[in-house]
Design a protein. Structure first.
Length: 380
């Protein structure tokens, strides 16, 4: 059995993420002074002190949530699941009055009933805490310590969630246009496109403006989690001063980026109004502007530009022929010229044929459960 006994100076963490963005998160975590960073499919592991609980939650652009990795072990039976769970030091993180709900999944494993696994894990944690606190009953009226489990090919992973509502919920977008892109994916598109603080950004199919907003936050190095709260802020193991210090640290790292400007356009007036309101809530409306314009009329005035867009997919909003027609229009208006780059994310495997030329680079990404490719054009 492999397990880790967390202490406040050497905590083991796991960060789940969208497939394809693991490398961005690994680089980001190293810049946060995380140790032993290891990227795996769909997650990144690392270790560090309690400051990283606050730092990663507040500052990570690409992570879906921050979890404390309590332990991993193999289990083929409910007895093995019970004993493996009970052996972990839950009392180091779960207090006598704290709530500790359990949720998770099981894939390709002998223990296939998620409901039964939930019950066994809950019972094991209760039995462990009974011994440690000399209690027979737990009120669970305190702070929530969400226990999450993953069982894959009989390998059990047990974690505590520190985030609460997913990190893609920045707090600036209470409403969204139909089929909005996740904020974490929007940030990844900006990183993959090498958006810089001195660039001029364009999105001619901006929807509710998420990519433009994420680009502006990145250009100014504004931490995406500054405007929201996290579950672990109520945990007694992490002093409130740490959260305050990490927010001050994040603000100190911001920079004005006076040369950055973002322009978004959309044929739908309601979407443009929503996008502008989103930019205002995010605090970057002074460098982002939106207008009503048809894609066919895209004619930017600047000599250089970084264009990133998430066009409607045939699987989401348009029928396949409409999506293909849109790709042909993009091929006409996204002209090859020096100083320009274009990044288009789509699940359409025939996109390059409709667009009219092969991409200079391709990157596999997932938009939710949809397998996509980011087609990048930057050669004149």
């Amino acid at each position: 059995m492999d397990c880790w006994c967390p202490n406040l100076h050497n905590i083991n963490f796991a960060v789940p993420c969208l497939l394809g963005v693991e490398g961005f998160i690994a680089d980001e975590l190293r810049s946060f002074d995380a140790q032993d960073v290891r990227a795996e499919n769909g997650r990144v592991l690392f270790c560090g002190s309690e400051e990283l609980i606050a730092r990663v939650n507040i500052c990570s652009r690409f992570s879906e949530r921050v979890q404390i990795l309590l332990g991993e072990f193999e289990a083929h039976s409910f007895e093995e699941l019970f004993q493996g769970t009970k052996s972990l030091p839950w009392e180091e993180w779960v207090g006598a009055e704290d709530a500790f709900p359990v949720k998770g999944y099981s894939l390709k494993s002998d223990l296939f009933s998620v409901r039964d696994c939930q019950s066994i894990i809950k019972k094991a944690v209760v039995e462990r805490l009974k011994d440690k606190y000399s209690l027979e009953w737990f009120s669970e009226t305190g702070a929530v310590r969400q226990i999450q489990f993953a069982i894959l090919q009989n390998r059990v992973t047990l974690l505590l969630d520190t985030t609460g509502v997913g990190l893609h919920k920045r707090g600036y977008r209470p409403e969204a246009k139909e089929a909005p892109i996740k904020e974490t994916l929007a940030a990844a598109l900006c990183a993959a496109s090498k958006l810089r603080p001195y660039h001029t950004f364009y999105d001619p199919m901006c929807g509710s403006g998420t990519i433009a907003v994420e680009g502006a936050l990145m250009a100014r190095n504004i931490a995406p989690g500054l405007r929201r709260a996290f579950s672990a802020e109520r945990w007694k193991q992490i002093p409130h001063t740490i959260w305050a210090q990490e927010r001050v640290r994040a603000r100190d790292l911001e920079h004005p980026a006076p040369d950055f400007a973002a322009f978004g356009s959309e044929i739908n007036t309601e979407a443009v109004t929503l996008a502008q309101a989103t930019a205002e809530r995010a605090g970057i409306a002074d460098c982002v502007s939106f207008s009503v314009r048809d894609l066919a009329d895209f004619a930017p005035k600047t000599e250089c530009g970084t264009l990133i867009c998430n066009p409607p997919y045939g699987e989401r909003l348009l029928d396949p022929e409409q999506a293909r027609a849109l790709s042909r229009i993009m091929g006409k208006v996204f002209t090859q010229r020096r100083g320009w780059s274009y990044s288009i994310i789509t699940p359409d495997v025939d996109f390059e044929g409709d667009f009219g030329r092969k991409a200079d680079k391709r990157r596999k990404l997932y938009n939710g459960m949809i397998a996509c490719t980011l087609y990048m054009y930057y050669k004149a």
